[in-house]
Design a protein around this ligand. Structure first.
Ligand code: UDP
Length: 497
């Protein structure tokens, strides 16, 4: 019998850690659903290498997923050599990388022409990151469908995109700047404020390099055939209503796309499933055993895990106060440190970022790690009791899937709006501070840690834990329920329309 013709999908992720992995998870989901699909993920050479190693370390590399490098040289764009991902760049250069990512348009066109020449047909669709909206133009010119993949949730990204397009904090009828404003898509009663925004969007005026990138890419994505969202309707009911109002396109909530090892609560280490990411050159820091042994020696729910994700960092003064508060709290911790603002993000660790003698004094209290840790394994461990996080979406979903409440310190992008939802709507987060210029005091740090790690089940910490546990349950249920159905529906849509 003749094999059925395969259906080719091309995926275009943003050049950022927190976007590449959800794309790979999405590709895995689609090909496991139906062997008729072949997926090619395209990106710059170093990001493709990174994905290659992620696939090699993953559960079972599906042969239907292909990777294709498109020519890209960071030096051509005024970036340091070999900088193709936000994780190796300070914030001031990240926007340059985003603008540079639009130059992948011509190579993508060539690749699609190649597919047509080789296979006799164009791919059935392009799935591109919502911030790689230019791919919609490529799809249109070949008569191919284009879907935007929003690797974040619903509430935060809707608020962020809507704010970027409407700049409501500047665009009032009276021409003034307002501290509080409503955001198109959300009900008027839902108030947002300038304080929620990262420093660049706060200063955006429609002409600067942040506005021009985000406004154009979001606008293109709003002309696509629909959006895929890395969340579920059960987790984010308000966010999904707002998203529906804002995009006015079909959308499918197919998430959260967290590693399958996280779908069992406090599942412990299960490195055999899910995608285990190892960052090149830092393999020692990713040996889960080291962390697991240390976590094993602590009581259940007692450890604070601290990380600001793959691309953000805080200021030197903030780092100093965080260290002092942490030490005075006497709570066990794992703290992943990236160089503070103003220092080479890829440079060596310097002890002057921390109070004198800090590392020696806290040796028996916590682990100070420079660079990268196996976050999934840490969050899955029963000793982890809270996560001080920048509220990046993957981190949030990973944490809640294990019933671990958050201490929020949002830094940029939609993180401020994520933190608002987590604190005000979901009750699973206590926001410590926001951004890189805020003044924090060690006493505030100590207080919030004590509140959230408090063992008393009737206190605020207990309530946050209970709610985080409930959201963990919703995450597991939706992955097997509504999100699974939405994925079926999406697959039928791309196959039969
Ligand atoms: N991550 C990790 N080890 C680290 C820091 C981050 O494995 O030391 C992973 C984390 O598990 C998550 C991703 O990197 O999957 C970060 O994504 P998120 O959306 O939270 O934040 P971003 O890095 O995009 O700001």
């Amino acid at each position: 019998m003749e094999a059925p013709p395969h259906k080719h999908i091309v995926m275009v992720p943003l050049m950022a850690q927190g976007h590449l992995i959800p794309f790979l998870e999405l590709a895995n989901k689609i090909v496991h659903r139906n062997p008729i699909f072949t997926i090619t993920i395209v990106n710059s050479p170093l990001n493709i290498n990174y994905l290659r190693s992620a696939i090699a370390n993953g559960p079972s590399p599906p042969h239907q997923i292909h990777l294709r490098s498109l020519p890209f040289n960071s030096s051509d764009h005024g970036l340091p050599p070999n900088c193709e991902n936000t994780d190796g760049l300070p914030m001031t250069q990240i926007i340059k990388l985003f603008h540079a990512s639009t130059t992948l348009e011509a190579p993508l066109r060539e690749f699609i022409s190649e597919v047509i020449a080789d296979e006799g047909n164009p791919p059935i669709c392009i799935i591109s990151d919502k911030f790689m909206g230019w791919a919609n133009n490529v799809a249109r010119s070949f008569g191919i469908a284009n879907y935007s993949f929003n690797t974040g949730g619903a509430y935060g990204p809707t608020a962020y995109c809507s704010i970027c397009l409407n700049l409501p904090h500047r665009n009032h009828a009276d021409g003034g700047t307002h501290e509080e404003f409503s955001v198109p898509g959300f009900p008027d009663s839902c108030r947002f404020s300038i304080a929620l925004l990262g420093q660049y969007i706060r200063a955006a005026d429609g002409e600067d390099e942040w506005s021009t990138f985000f406004q154009s890419q979001i606008s293109y994505s709003l002309q696509s055939d629909g959006w895929l969202c890395n969340t579920s309707e059960e987790i984010e009911s308000t966010g999904c209503v707002a998203l529906r109002n804002f995009i006015k396109l079909p959308f499918w909530c197919i998430g959260p796309l967290i590693p399958s090892s996280m779908l069992k609560k406090n599942s412990g280490v299960d490195t055999g499933s899910g995608i285990i990411v190892q960052k090149s050159g830092k393999l020692d820091a990713t040996r889960p055993e080291k962390y697991i042994e240390w976590l094993d020696s602590h009581p259940q729910g007692s450890v604070l895990y601290i990380s600001f994700g793959s691309q953000n960092t805080i200021s030197e003064t903030q780092m100093m106060e965080l260290a002092k508060g942490l030490e005075e709290s006497k709570k066990p911790f794992i703290w992943v440190i990236r160089p503070p603002i103003g220092f080479d993000i890829n440079g060596d660790f310097r002890s002057e970022w921390l109070p004198s003698g800090f590392e020696d004094r806290v040796k028996s209290q916590g682990l100070v790690v420079h660079g990268w840790v196996p976050q999934v394994e840490i969050l899955c461990h029963r000793s982890t009791g809270a996560f001080l996080s920048h509220c990046g979406w993957n981190s949030v979903m990973e944490s809640l899937s294990q019933g671990v409440p958050l201490i929020g310190w949002p830094l940029g992008g939609e993180q401020g709006c994520n933190a608002k939802m987590l604190e005000e709507e979901m009750g699973v987060c206590a926001v410590l501070t926001r951004g890189v210029v805020s003044t924090i005091d060690k006493e505030e740090v100590k207080k919030v840690i004590e509140v959230v790690l408090d063992k008393n089940e009737d206190g605020k910490g207990g309530d946050m834990r209970k709610k985080a546990g409930e959201f963990g349950k919703l995450i597991r249920e939706s992955v097997e329920g509504s999100s699974d159905k939405a994925m079926d529906d999406f697959v039928s849509t791309i196959l039969f329309t």
